[in-house]
Ligand binder design. Structure first.
Ligand code: HEM
Length: 543
């Protein structure tokens, strides 16, 4: 029961009591209960009328902003958008169809005000200039907290500022450079495991998604915790099992997530839905495993004098986090740090399989510049300098991240009255930030905005550009921007460079079924609904 509903119940009781006490000739005392019911119905109806009609259509300060020309249904507003796939595509259609000057107004369930951020200026206001006027919506936080604890991704305000300040050093340019050998050695291990697997398959077809999840989990294990989880070697690793169960891109899980956005947690928890029990079990498992990681790390740090370069060691040395705080951060890094890059690698293989000429050009660049891939394993080799200097590799990675932002849709809620692009935004308004739509918006990227063209990231002098030819940095939203942007961006980009370079250098790839229309789905991160089945052929790459 929300505050307003309880107010109506209480007010009606007082009104009914006052009426029968002071006006017994009009309101006989023996009919108190009936009067109470009548008052509740009358006031409840007035409240619904105000909420559904009067405020949204006649009073809301946002009602004059441009609206999408279609897709509105009484009571559910434009709410069906959330169920459409690929996630974010419906918002892209709205951007294309609605003339606007930065903000598009649409209606959620029960006609609640919603805004779509539609221009670089609006995005800059929400993500950077007034970042702390906006928070993640409470219901999304309540849902995600089950999986991520109270780590950096979930906290707000001063607590977020404090955590971010103390975690930032672990993601500095210098530290990421030190992690490149981990990225490269695990990328080589991935290729070896895939080669072995192919040896046993006459059709040379495998689903790359499972392998990318394993390699990225191993990478975040080593680089984040200083511990080799070894899931590439041990296919049925318990962490993999739990994450794959949570992140499986099934319709049931997508519906479960969206219903959590629409209904309060106690309603969802009361539903006799088997998934509630499964979520409790898997999140409990993950918390227990992270607790063990922290305890082991602490006892090893006491015994060993060597200073670890991984994120957990850096955070432990900073002495800014309690043990429970570290468990929450680990839950966050493990989840945010492996499924995202795994999905990026999966989409990279898809785009390269469906664009063979780009794949060949990339392989040529890699093999020419890395004649001996094992030489990079020498501790003195500057892998960062080499991989960051390859223009086509960087252009391909940028273009994959642009077309398939791993988190296609995000949201913010105004935590106080504020403004965006000069428009007044009342406290409580929900704003949709949609990397999928912005990254593909033809107004920002031109008429070929939805095509895979890595060349857009290379300038006349042959160097990789920062913004892919778009006028503004805010045209590329994959990692968002500002104080709530992805803290792992440098980490993710470095990891992706290594994985793509090693994989493309080693395998020629095509879709197992060239006719297949791959469907992006997933709950929070974007994954192919039916997996990504590739036909792989090892190619010669100098020893
Ligand atoms: C391709 C890979 C990745 C993508 C596309 C990505 C994208 C994002 C996005 C869009 C957000 C903001 C979410 C929101 O506020 O709605 C975010 C936040 C975050 N990401 Fe990433 N991420 C990636 C990889 C990583 C990695 C590798 C790590 C850690 C090692 C990481 C850790 C985090 C954390 C801790 C936050 C919360 C930051 C904050 O709120 O201050 N991410 N990421």
């Amino acid at each position: 029961m929300d505050f307003t509903a309880s107010n109506i119940l209480l007010l009606s009781l007082v009104e009914a009591a006052v009426s029968v006490y002071f006006f017994p000739q009009v309101f006989p005392r023996n009919a108190l209960a009936s009067f109470y019911l009548i008052f509740v119905i009358v006031q409840g109806t007035a409240w619904c009328f105000q909420k559904l009609i009067i405020y949204p259509f006649f009073l809301s300060p946002l009602r004059h902003l441009p609206h999408p020309p279609k897709g509105f249904y009484p009571l559910i507003g434009h709410g069906l958008i959330l169920f459409k796939r690929p996630p974010g595509q419906a918002f892209l259609n709205i951007l294309k169809e609605t003339e606007n000057d930065g903000l598009i107004h649409f209606r959620g369930v029960f006609h609640a005000d919603r805004l779509l951020l539609a221009s670089p200026a609006a995005l800059a206001d929400v993500l950077v200039h007034r970042s702390y006027d906006f928070e993640k919506p409470p219901w999304a936080r309540n849902f995600l907290r089950k999986f991520l604890g109270d780590g950096l991704l979930m906290t707000e305000g001063d607590e977020h500022r404090h955590q971010r300040k103390h975690i930032m050093p672990a993601f500095s340019f210098r530290h990421i450079k030190e992690l490149y050998p981990v990225f490269w050695s695990k990328s080589i291990e991935l290729c070896q495991v895939v080669s072995r697997e192919l040896g046993e398959k006459p059709d040379k077809v495998l689903d790359i998604g499972h392998f990318s999840t394993m390699v990225t989990l191993d990478i975040i294990g080593l680089a984040g915790l200083g511990r080799d989880i070894g899931s590439l070697r041990n296919n049925d690793d318990v962490l993999i099992e739990n994450y794959e169960e949570i992140l499986e891109p099934s319709t049931e899980k997508a519906v479960y997530f969206v219903l959590h956005l629409l209904f309060p947690p106690w309603v969802m928890a009361a539903l006799p839905w088997k998934l509630n029990e499964r979520v409790k079990i898997t999140t409990g498992n993950l918390k227990r495993i992270c607790g063990e990681f922290v305890a082991n790390k602490k006892s090893r740090m006491k015994m060993e004098s060597e200073e670890g370069k991984d994120i957990l060691s850096i955070m432990l040395r900073s002495n800014n986090f309690s043990d429970n705080g570290l468990v929450d951060q680990l839950l966050t890094f493990l989840a945010a740090g492996h499924e995202t890059t795994s999905s990026a690698l999966t989409w990279a293989t898809h785009l390269l399989s469906t664009h063979p000429e780009i794949q060949t050009r990339l392989r040529t660049e890699i093999q020419e510049n890395i004649p001996d891939r094992k030489a990079l394993l020498d501790p003195n080799f500057d892998i960062a300098a080499l991989l960051e200097s390859l223009p086509y590799l960087n252009a391909v990675c940028n273009e994959v991240l642009r077309l398939f932002p791993t988190i296609p849709v995000s949201a913010r809620m105004a935590s106080r009255d504020t403004t965006v692009c000069g428009h007044f935004i009342p406290k409580g308004t929900l704003l949709q930030v949609v990397p999928w739509a912005t990254n593909r918006d033809p107004a920002l990227w031109g008429p070929d905005s939805e095509k895979f063209i890595p060349e857009r990231w290379i300038d006349e002098s042959g160097r990789t550009t920062m913004n892919g030819g778009a006028d503004s940095n805010y045209s590329f939203l994959t990692f968002l921007h500002g104080p709530r942007s992805c803290i792992g961006e440098r980490f993710a980009r470095a990891e992706m460079r290594a994985l793509v370079a090693a994989f493309v250098g080693e395998f020629k790839m095509q879709m197992a079924n060239p006719e297949e229309k791959v469907r992006p789905g997933g709950t929070i991160t974007s994954k192919p609904i039916d997996g990504m089945r590739l036909k792989l052929e090892p190619v010669t790459w100098g020893e």
